[in-house]
Design a protein around this ligand. Structure first.
Ligand code: NAD
Length: 500
């Protein structure tokens, strides 16, 4: 059995980790394809000691040279795109084209990080007082750590270490134990790009390793992305240990469809946004809110054939719209949510339970599911399903449609579909959600803006990547300076103030 190991400079000499391992599935075939070694606190400390040695030299390397490593890395990722995407798809289950998107969106943050000499420039005020100037500079926090989820094993690590390392930090990544091979490759490629050994290390693990990261006194900042309960836990424990923490959580994104929307466009967008990547995206659109019964009926009529036309296939099937979900447990969980929805009174219009792909009967496939007449009191509405399930919640008017995402426990993304600029503007300004799309179903901001949800979708107040990411991975030093001439009659000489 292939063993996926940690990426620690010089190896983890004599350290065995927790002695435990986690199995890596091939979700398309339902077979175990590898094991990943799980680390423990001693292994983490070993990596931290290495990071402590390498970080000061990297921080002292001028930003232009750091940017050159980022440029070389960008090129290497492009050259290895196909290999990375296939590896990713084989562990995650998303189709190869989607996997390329996963790598590409991370790569865009690396591209932004190539501009580090420009974005790291500080502020300067000349003559803030007589002969006094004030300036500020951004200095790295030291050692940063990232704890990432299974659903974007390339993009989310790059969101974090791209910004952290360009800013002068060393970084320790703890990727999801469900699909860790691409993060390992990303670290290997970074070395090939010319990064010093030990600057980017990967430690594998589960809760034991996460706790070790949160408690380690030499790790200054932790970025987490995953489900909300764990995000909340990470945020509290990390903050209690005196760290800077940002922790992104789960989601239940709504798409509001106004009566004047272009329904063909909406249906096409929903097919991708609700079912793409088997719904395992934090910016998926699993809830559609048509405004008015007539809009709801017209939308439902168009949705049914579009959903029935979706092709489910193995992750390397180039014709497939989406592949299997990540594990057998996750498949059972999604089907359990459809059972719950049915018991709660939702109408199961298209039922994806018990789906089996011919020739791949052991794969973890879930058929596309459409639920209508879902209401806000249902647990299946309030909680995240994270599968290929689209729920229709009918709203009687704009105000009710605005209230639904605003009052939901999650506040990651939301979209409105309309031809009416006034309605779109009202919605964008008033909705209580962090990222808004106007006729855009998956409003993930580009790399030079920042990413972050509200409410239980994001704990901590600094977003990922862009200028916010830079703020997270740096601390500002403020310098107030005066340079007396020190000569002449002494009236301008620097005098140490005394008491009395
Ligand atoms: P998860 O919460 O199970 O795991 C995330 C990380 O936490 C992993 O590295 C895992 O090893 C670690 N972990 C698991 N159990 C832990 C525990 N008890 N204590 C400490 N650490 C633990 O999430 P997942 O299933 O890998 O990913 C899917 C979730 O992530 C969904 O809820 C999705 O919405 C969310 N997500 C959010 C965003 C965002 O930006 N808001 C982006 C992607 C995914």
């Amino acid at each position: 059995m292939r063993i996926i190991d940690h990426v620690i400079s010089g190896g983890a000499k004599g350290l065995t980790g927790s002695g435990r391992s986690h199995r890596i599935w091939n979700p398309s075939t339902g077979e175990v394809q590898a094991e990943v070694a799980l680390g423990d606190a001693a292994l983490l400390d070993h990596a931290v000691q290495i990071a402590k040695k390498v970080q000061p030299g990297w921080a002292a390397t001028n930003p232009q040279r750091r940017a050159r490593v980022m440029f070389a890395y960008k090129q290497l990722i492009e050259e290895n795109m196909q290999e990375l995407a296939e590896l990713l798809a084989s562990e995650h289950g998303k189709v190869v084209d989607d996997a390329k998107g996963d790598v590409q969106r991370g790569l865009e943050v690396i591209e932004y990080a190539c501009g580090i000499p420009q974005v790291l420039k500080g502020e300067y005020t000349q003559g803030a007082g007589p002969g006094i100037d004030v300036y500020s500079m951004r200095q790295p926090i030291g050692i940063g750590a990232g704890i990432t989820p299974f659903n974007f094993p390339a993009m989310i690590p790059m969101w974090m270490f791209g910004m952290a390392i360009a800013a002068g930090n060393a970084f320790i990544l703890k990727p999801s134990e469900r699909d860790p091979s691409v993060p390992v490759r990303l670290a290997e490629l970074f070395l090939e790009a010319g990064a010093p050994e030990g600057l980017l290390q990967v430690v594998h693990g589960d809760k034991e390793m996460v706790d070790a990261i949160l408690d380690h006194p030499d790790i200054a900042g932790v970025s987490f992305v995953g489900s909300s309960d764990i995000a909340h836990y990470v945020s509290k424990r990390g903050a209690a240990a005196g760290k800077r923490v940002q922790a992104m959580g789960g989601a239940k994104n709504h798409g509001v469809v106004m009566p004047d929307a272009d329904l063909d466009m909406v249906v096409n967008d929903l097919a991708g946004a609700a079912f793409g990547s088997a719904g395992e995206r934090c910016m998926a659109l699993p809830v559609v809110v048509p405004v008015g019964e007539d809009t709801a009926d017209r939308l439902r009529e168009k949705l049914i054939p579009a959903i029935n036309a979706l092709r489910i296939g193995v992750s390397n099937d180039p014709e497939a719209h989406y592949g299997p979900v990540v594990t057998p447990e996750h498949k059972a969980r999604i089907e359990g949510w459809i059972d719950t929805a049915e018991k709660e009174g939702a109408e199961v219009v298209i039922d994806g339970r018990g789906f089996s792909l011919q020739g791949h009967e052991k794969g973890f496939f879930v058929g596309p599911t459409l639920l209508d007449r879902v209401t806000t009191d249902m647990e299946s509405y309030r909680e995240e399903i994270f599968g290929p399930v689209l729920q229709i919640v009918r709203a009687k008017d704009f105000e009710e449609a605005l209230r639904l995402p605003s009052e939901h426990q999650y506040g990651n993304g939301v979209a409105i579909f309309t031809r009416n600029g006034h309605a779109a503007r009202e919605f964008a300004h008033r909705v209580n959600v962090g990222m808004v799309g106007i006729n855009v179903p998956i409003p993930v901001p580009v790399a030079y803006h920042s990413f972050g949800g509200w409410k239980r979708s994001g704990f901590g107040d600094i977003d990922q990547y862009g200028t916010e990411g830079l703020r997270f991975w740096t601390k500002t030093k403020k310098v107030t300076q005066r340079w007396p001439d020190g000569g002449g009659d002494g009236s301008n000489a620097f005098v140490i103030p005394t008491m009395g």
